[in-house]
Design a protein around this ligand. Structure first.
Ligand code: GAL
Length: 339
């Protein structure tokens, strides 16, 4: 036999086997869902994963979860692995909205639909984007602070944005700007320090807060902080300076640690995003897409490549006064854990 054929035959057999293995899961009754997460370090993403997997499994699907530990290269590898394992649909929480274009392209070339979960993925062909009203999150945080600043003098604030690689962080800032910019312009509020907390890491927020205190001393009325994880880092720095409870601090996600800080008075508020609704919606949508059902959405959002069919769920302010009636009543946090 021709030696080239001798070499090629097993290779062809291998390719055929791989193709078979890849399509082995492509059953409409039991879809294989790939879930690629940026991180599981923050409590919120553990809620998302648990609710998503529970709902998907109740619908007959199997979920393979990957977490990229805030690393773009790793998330690309994770998505490629999900493609190779024969995922029928891939749901992605992007670490970096601009870094996954090629990975999504590879999925689409393999005929796999892609859903962007909570964070938008830019400049590529995603099928669906499911999130919360992120601009409103920022508006509620800033309004909460603006309403509570001293009225007889200029209110001095520090602003800590999230990860610059996360499109949501920009939307939170945009919402905060909508409320704060007119007040800054009219001289009612002064921003004494501001910075982005890389990768949403609490230690980066702590460093920013330390730098703000080094520059301004204790003359700070409030900190508009975009999420609970980084609020925790900022409050740690405030505790060390004897300022905790004296400075109004915002957050987002209604994480257990943040809810406890709110009850103790070191954090003023958080934003509750009913994650179960989003995760459930995403699981149903993922299964429906595989089963060939059309996902109806009333809105779209331009991601630079196309107008992506999108869903924006509503959010709620939580502080000491309504914690029981919101996160506890909803079963998101348990009353006994908040003591
Ligand atoms: C954002 C998300 C927030 C928060 C933050 C840090 O993308 O919308 O809820 O969790 O990431 O993980």
């Amino acid at each position: 036999m021709n030696p080239t054929l001798l070499f090629i035959r097993p290779l062809l057999a291998l390719i055929a086997f791989t193709a078979l293995a890849a399509s082995a899961h492509a059953s409409k009754d039991h879809p294989l869902i790939g879930l690629s997460l940026d991180t599981l370090k923050e409590e919120r993403w553990q809620h998302d994963r648990d609710d998503f997997v529970a709902k998907a499994e109740s619908l007959g699907a199997k979920v393979i979860t990957q977490s990229a530990n805030s690393d773009d290269t790793r998330q690309t590898t994770d998505i490629n692995a999900l493609i190779n394992r024969g995922a029928d649909v891939i749901v992605i929480v992007a670490h970096n909205g601009e870094a996954l274009t090629r990975a999504v392209k590879a999925a689409k070339q393999a005929g796999i639909p892609v859903i962007a979960y909570d964070r938008l993925i830019l400049n590529c062909d995603i099928d669906l984007y499911l999130t919360f009203d992120n601009v409103k999150v920022g508006e509620l945080q800033a309004r909460y602070v603006a309403d509570r600043l001293p009225k007889d003098r200029v209110g001095k604030i520090v602003r800590i944005y999230g990860a610059p690689t996360d499109n949501n962080a920009r939307l939170f800032k945009q919402g905060q700007d909508n409320v704060l910019n007119p007040l800054i312009k009219s001289g009612k509020i002064q921003v004494v320090f501001e910075d982005w907390a890389l990768d949403w890491k609490p230690e980066n927020a702590k460093k920013i807060t330390n730098a703000a205190i080094t520059k301004n001393g204790h003359d700070i009325d409030a900190m508009v902080v975009s999420a609970d994880g980084i609020a925790g880092g900022a409050i740690q720095a405030l505790i060390e300076e004897g300022l905790a409870g004296k400075v109004i601090v915002t957050g987002q996600d209604a994480e257990l640690a943040a809810c406890r800080r709110i009850i103790r008075g070191t954090q003023a508020m958080t934003i509750y995003k009913p994650l179960k609704n989003l995760a459930t919606y995403a699981a149903v949508a993922a299964v429906d897409i595989v089963r060939g059902k059309k996902i109806e959405t009333t809105q779209t959002l331009d991601n630079g490549f196309k107008k992506v069919p999108s869903v924006f769920q509503d959010v709620l302010i939580v502080d000491k006064d309504n914690m029981q009636a919101t996160v506890v009543a909803d079963g998101f946090q348990k009353a006994e854990d908040l003591k």
